[in-house]
Design a protein around this ligand. Structure first.
Ligand code: HT7
Ligand code: ZN
Length: 874
């Protein structure tokens, strides 16, 4: 396949001015007429042909300025349309006629049918599956769209922009026309046709304009769209207040569909969502679901400015819109909820998903320099690390200059298809800083390591901190340049207060050390007593810190640091150290030492009612098995890690049974509210229920919690305890059967039923997963269902998936090959669960390799799966 390179960027030969699309919707024979007005770009040769992109298309006919074009002057293949004999100058109109079959489009890219609804997904390259066009983000055009469909078949006919008009068309059919005045790239085009339930509201913008808000859902689910609507209004207000960004159309629409490859899509004025991220009520959605809905509604809305008004020049710049928009949705959620608890969750997620990606065969820069399949670059690196890079810009510039830089970016690039260089130039200009070295964060892959050593001189009362950076080679980048790493810090004095003296050197400011050289020493004088260094506070830089710090010092930070995130970091570090040490002993079959000190700190933190419940829940949640594996790094034995972690869990549980028994019953009583305070209490009660059940060694407590639960958060917490801690018990089986019957008609809730089972630790789970896959009511075509079962098993069950006989790997390989025939994007994404296979111990590594080779040799693979498997085996 072709390799696309950042350095090869070249604008198109023709400039598109407008596009008018007419769709006649039919499940198997939708016709599309596309009229495009273009002109030859200045300086382009008079005989240069117009080359449009296509993907699995057939051309019905082609007209230029209304006349059938001479067939000898064009060539149409499924993936391109080349037209010659076009005017040398002045605008002309190209009319392209194609016919599509949405009902048989299983890739869920382009125009497809889901649950009887016509819907489109065009990012990144789906528009070329609808009509031949310049399907690239730097071609911006004004769109007019007319949709014709049977009134019964598709009552609602929606597209981007403002509603122009509609009415009867012919016998039994009607039409609707939409006009979007904002020039946009084709990936933001959207169309929806279907008979849907509608929830309406409105928002008055800061300049007094009224915007109609509409959320379309499956009939009967209208009652579950209220939280999404509320989140949308809060997002609109927040973007006005925090970034001065106002909405720019008469209407903002969201459609929830049940078959979707990702979370949601920010099409201009017509967002399409995976219904998992719209629908919620207390009976069917957990607190985590509510938080995700809030974050994703905000994310897609914020794209209106960061992505839509200012888009990307090419797909290499994907982080320009995604990293920045994730940064914005994080800031929003932090404002709506507890900022420190939100940050802890972000750090956990980054380390769980992005750090392993950066340390393995799929590592790539935040702005990649080449790709074979762009769909494989919607990654944790582009999104989450991309957001961290924006966060570092804010840390370096400070809040005021960061906002100035953002204002300049919006002002200067509104209407542009921009680059990372454009973005950085705004911050450099607004702050007067040189960001050249900082820009390496966009081009160098891998997680930097910073080793930290300290030196306390009692006699002179001076404290020195020496930092040294390294960055290991990653695929295609053997040599790395030195990075600019902003490390927030604090010095905690023996009495628990913070040292407020300044650094002697001037390469630090506002509590941040700027590490720009290989090795730097920062010194503090007049420090009253030996301080404890709290470094990379709030995770100011996405790096690994290597520091010899005694557990007494970590405990000192955990007790006294004024910053909640730092306190959690210290606790987590302490837990991680112990878990790593114990896992290594378990691997060698040695006796495991007690975890008394750790258990005492965790129990004390859990019991401390002066702390936020959500924080206590985070503190009590030990690093996951996959986190411990990442920390160990090589020669991983997932069984040993599991054994070690279980031993520590038991010790904590036994040490704090009284506390956990009290907390397990502390979920708020009365009417359910998804707000952060109540959710935090439920999170704490849920962790406590798991510990208490572990200490008691019997399922009665969880079964009572399950039977008396009146919301999905508590119910699913209790079900998980029953199934994971007491697999096969009558209590677990009874609860599973009851859950399945009760939610039989609710796919999103059933997904939880599948995931909980798939994540049951231990090798026997693989057989259970196979049984579930083969059951009659299992829908292999639904991405949410496949992620719930196969995704949860392979990415969320280390001992089940990595069973020593390799059966887990073979199961995933077989499913990936099968799914690939229908939905390559989904198959490729599921396969990334194997990205850390080289860190496994030799036996499992070999079995994993064989499974990957079996995929490669399975016959015709999609470019999506082919690319992932090749890079993983390289
Ligand atoms: N910009 C969107 C990313 C996306 C996508 C969404 C649905 C299906 C396929 C997709 N490919 C890329 C989602 C976002 O980041 O907001
Ligand atoms: Zn996005």
């Amino acid at each position: 396949g072709q390799v696309y390179k950042l350095k090869d960027y070249k604008p198109t030969d023709f400039v598109v001015e407008r596009i008018d699309l007419t769709f006649e919707l039919d499940p198997k024979e939708t016709t599309v007429v596309s009229r495009v007005i273009l002109h030859r770009r200045e300086g382009v040769a008079a005989d240069a042909p117009l080359v449009f992109d296509g993907d699995e298309l057939t051309l019905d006919s082609l007209q230029i300025d209304g006349n059938d074009h001479d067939p000898s002057l064009y060539d149409a293949t499924p993936d391109s349309l080349t037209i010659r004999g076009l005017p040398e100058s002045g605008p002309f109109e190209v009319t392209v006629n194609t016919t599509l079959s949405p009902a048989t489009n299983t890739k869920l890219m382009g125009l497809y049918r889901t649950n009887g609804v016509y819907c489109t997904q065009c990012e990144a390259e789906g528009f070329r599956r609808i009509t031949y066009f310049y399907d690239r983000p730097d071609v911006l055009a004004v769109y007019t769209v007319t949709i014709i469909a049977g009134k019964e078949d598709a009552k609602h006919l929606l597209s981007n922009g403002n509603f122009l008009g509609g009415g009867n068309y012919d016998e039994g059919r009607h039409f609707a026309a939409w006009f979007d005045p904002h020039p946009k790239p084709s990936y933001l085009f959207a169309l929806v046709g279907g008979d849907l339930g509608l929830v309406e509201d409105s928002f008055t913008t800061m300049s007094g304009k009224e915007v109609a808000l509409k959320i379309y859902v499956e009939h009967g689910k209208e009652g579950r769209a209220g939280y999404a609507m509320d989140a949308l209004k809060r997002s609109m207000k927040w973007d006005e207040e925090m970034f001065g960004r106002e909405y720019d159309l008469d209407i903002f629409q969201i459609v929830a569909v049940s078959d979707f490859n990702m979370g949601a899509m920010e099409n201009k004025g017509l967002n399409v969502f995976n219904d998992k991220y719209v629908l919620a009520d207390p009976e069917t959605a957990t607190d985590a679901d509510y938080a995700n809905i809030e974050a994703i509604i905000a994310h897609e809305y914020f794209h209106n400015w960061t992505g839509n008004r200012i888009t990307c020049r090419d797909w290499f710049q994907l982080c320009l819109k995604e990293g920045l928009t994730v940064y914005r949705d994080h800031a929003f959620s932090a404002d709506q909820r507890s900022a420190s608890v939100k940050r802890i969750a972000e750090i956990r997620l980054l380390k769980a998903h992005q750090f392993p990606e950066d340390a393995g065969p799929l590592a790539h820069p935040v702005r990649p320099e080449s790709y074979k399949e762009i769909n494989n670059f919607y990654t944790a690196t582009v999104y989450e690390k991309g957001s961290e890079v924006v966060r570092m810009i804010r840390t370096i510039l400070g809040a005021e200059d960061f906002r100035k830089g953002m204002d300049l970016y919006f002002e200067r690039h509104d209407g542009d298809a921009a680059t990372i260089e454009d973005f950085l130039a705004c911050f450099a200009e607004a702050s007067g800083r040189d960001l050249k070295q900082f820009a390496l964060w966009y081009s160098q892959a891998g997680t930097p390591s910073v080793s930290v050593s300290t030196d306390w001189n009692e006699a002179s009362k001076t404290f020195k901190v020496t930092l040294e950076q390294t960055l290991a080679p990653t695929p295609g980048q053997s040599r790395k340049a030195l990075m600019h790493i902003p490390l927030a810090y604090g010095l905690i004095l023996p009495d628990g207060t913070e040292f407020d003296g300044r650094l002697d050197t001037d390469d630090a400011e506002n509590g941040v050390m700027h590490l720009t050289k290989r090795k730097q020493t920062f010194s503090f004088s007049n420090v009253p007593g030996r301080p404890v260094l709290s470094i990379n506070r709030g995770f100011s830089a996405p790096v690994n810190i290597a520091m010899e710090q005694s557990s007494a010092d970590l405990a000192h930070i955990a007790r006294h640091d004024g910053d909640g995130v730092s306190r959690w970091q210290a606790l987590n570090e302490q837990a991680m150290r112990h878990l790593v040490a114990v896992s290594k002993l378990a691997r060698d079959g040695r006796t495991l030492p007690p975890a008394r000190e750790l258990a005492d700190i965790l129990v004390a933190t859990g019991a401390d009612d002066s702390l936020e419940p959500a924080f206590r829940a985070q503190a009590l949640a030990l690093p996951a098995e996959s986190d411990i594996a990442r920390e160990i790094g090589s020669n991983i034995d997932p069984e040993a890690i599991h054994t070690a972690r279980e031993a520590v869990l038991s010790e904590v549980a036994n040490a704090g049974l009284d506390v956990f028994a009290r907390l397990a019953d502390s979920a708020p009583k009365g009417a359910y509210s998804p707000d952060a305070a109540d959710a935090g209490q439920r999170a704490l009660a849920g962790v406590a229920l798991a510990y208490a059940s572990l200490a008691e060694g019997q399922p009665a407590r969880a079964k009572t919690a399950y039977d008396s639960s009146d919301n999905m958060t508590v119910m699913s917490q209790a079900l998980q305890v029953l199934v994971h801690q007491f697999p096969g018990s009558s209590e677990a089986e009874e609860a599973l059967a009851g859950f399945k019957t009760r939610f039989a008609d609710d796919p999103l809730v059933l997904d939880k039923w599948y995931s909980i089972q798939a994540m049951t630790p231990g090798a026997p789970t693989r057989e259970r997963v196979e049984e579930l896959l083969e059951s009659d009511d299992f829908d292999r075509s639904n991405p949410n269902r496949m992620r719930a079962l196969i995704g949860a098993f392979s990415a969320g069950n280390p001992t089940g998936f990595n069973a020593a006989d390799g059966a887990g790997y073979r199961l995933l390989a077989a499913e990936v090959v099968d799914i690939d025939k229908r939905n390559p994007q989904l198959a490729a994404r599921l396969l990334t669960a194997m990205r850390s296979w080289r860190s496994l111990e030799a036996g499992r590594q070999e079995l994993a390799r064989q499974a990957l080779v079996s995929i490669r040799e399975a016959g015709e693979l999609s470019p999506d799966v082919g690319d992932i498997v090749d890079r993983m085996l390289a």
